[in-house]
Write a protein that binds this ligand. Structure first.
Ligand code: SDX
Length: 392
């Protein structure tokens, strides 16, 4: 009715919430953000435009876009005190461990100005979170390699600013490569939001108690880190690199099919998509563009293409409806751009912050919203009497 998408009754009974943000049809491989297809958005839009769309519900006019991006840039710096937090980590700390800690710590800096019942303060907290994630992620990388942090340069685009903070050094001017900037911006769009995935559900559940939004985003980062979820992009490239050559693919496909072997093809399969993940299609096209534009070849890409080819023609994967997902190809591009695998999930978290923040706002603004309280099917012992220790 009224153009709403209706789910089959079975699905409705298990739906955790209603949302206007993102629609997925897992059988048809459809992904829409506020009604716009991921194919069109990733081709024609920018990550900041998608951020506006997710937060405000409509694509911005040129003036609205200008004002929004200007507002975001005003929040790109982090409190100087936050820098000392990084020194508390070991240099070899995983960037996601740092992101969990530092983003959670933001609630200590802004807790007194985040009355979540005040729409204006919610808006500022949302802009702060989206604006600071690139700075925090770049600082995690710089800390890991022992290089000085770079302050944001707000004359650059959101993604260009992130590239410079990550790969620039104080001693040299940094030139943003437009091909890399466009590819990374597209990767951010592909990761922006994805309905009620595990980390978004975590953010919503944490937020439903009225917790500080920065702490809620830190909870989402923790959940995303898992190899079954956002951590799969790092695991997928490690797997492809370990396979190393197309001749070794059959051995890994056999392991993935072996019930007694816990090994799974990383970057394959999905809780919802039982057809091709539309983001993987865009990602595979982008790999070709980036590699040819950078003039680099990557044998891992050949392994990925042949692995996909073999798996999609294998009865096991056909029967289980296992296709490449968003994480299968992303690592190849990120690696070609120069990111270490340890940064891949941090980039996913950077992009997904737009979706987490939009979903958090949608939940808080819902007058019918109550604290989340999933129930269970109890399978433990029936009631019984206590036996004192000396009688046992
Ligand atoms: C993301 O939810 C989202 O939207 C997540 C995400 C987002 O944008 O937020 O899309 C991002 O998390 C993508 C998924 C990234 N994870 C991986 O690539 C890790 C590898 N994939 C799997 O671990 C797995 O496919 C999951 C976790 C993604 C889904 O697990 P399920 O729910 O068990 O998958 P399923 O029910 O479709 O599995 C059907 C069968 C099972 O075997 P049976 O129990 O029927 O015998 O297929 C098997 C699974 O064991 N299977 C795999 C497999 N994935 C599922 N076998 C081999 N290799 C795989 N990758």
């Amino acid at each position: 009715d009224s153009g709403r998408f209706t789910y089959d009754p079975g699905f409705t009974s298990t739906a955790s919430c209603e949302s206007k943000l993102t629609y997925i049809d897992g059988e048809e491989g459809i992904l829409l953000h506020r009604g716009y297809s991921i194919e069109q958005l990733s081709e024609d839009s920018s990550f900041m435009e998608v951020a506006y769309l997710m937060l405000r519900g409509e694509l911005p006019t040129p003036d609205e876009y200008e004002e929004f991006t200007r507002t975001i840039t005003l929040h790109t710096m982090v409190h100087e005190q936050l820098k000392t937090l990084y020194n508390g980590f070991r240099r070899d700390a995983h960037p996601m461990a740092i992101m969990c800690g530092v983003v959670g710590a933001l609630s200590a800096f802004y807790h007194d100005s985040t009355d979540i019942n005040d729409p204006e303060q919610r808006k500022i907290a949302s802009h702060r979170m989206i604006a600071k994630m690139p700075t925090i992620a770049a600082m995690a990388y710089k800390y890991a390699i022992g290089q000085p942090f770079l302050y944001p340069d707000n004359s650059l685009s959101y993604t260009g600013n992130f590239l410079r903070m990550t790969f620039g050094v104080p001693a040299e001017p940094y030139e943003v490569n437009p091909v890399v900037e466009r590819a990374l911006d597209r990767i951010f769009i592909l990761h922006a939001d994805h309905e009620q995935n595990a980390s978004t559900s975590t953010v919503r559940l944490a937020g439903s108690s009225g917790a500080n939004p920065f702490a809620c985003i830190a909870a989402g980062i923790a959940c995303l880190w898992g190899p079954a979820h956002g951590g799969a992009n790092e695991a997928a490239l490690n797997m492809l690199t370990e396979i190393g050559h197309p001749s070794r693919i059959p051995e890994y496909i056999a392991r993935a099919k072996d019930k007694d072997d816990p090994f799974r093809l990383m970057g394959f399969g999905h809780r919802v998509y039982k057809n091709y993940d539309p983001r993987a299609t865009v990602m595979r096209k982008t790999v070709r563009e980036v590699l040819s534009s950078l003039g680099v070849t990557n044998p891992v890409f050949d392994v990925a293409l042949q692995l996909e080819e073999m798996a999609l023609n294998d009865d096991y994967f056909i029967e289980k409806k296992l296709f490449p997902n968003v994480d299968f190809y992303s690592g190849i591009i990120l690696s070609a751009i120069g990111f270490p695998t340890s940064m891949f999930t941090a980039l996913f978290a950077l992009a997904r912050t737009v979706g987490w923040v939009a979903q958090w706002n949608e939940m808080i603004e819902d007058p019918a919203q109550r604290i989340g309280r999933p129930r269970q099917l109890y399978t433990g012992p029936t009631q019984r009497d206590y036996i004192p220790l000396d009688k046992r």
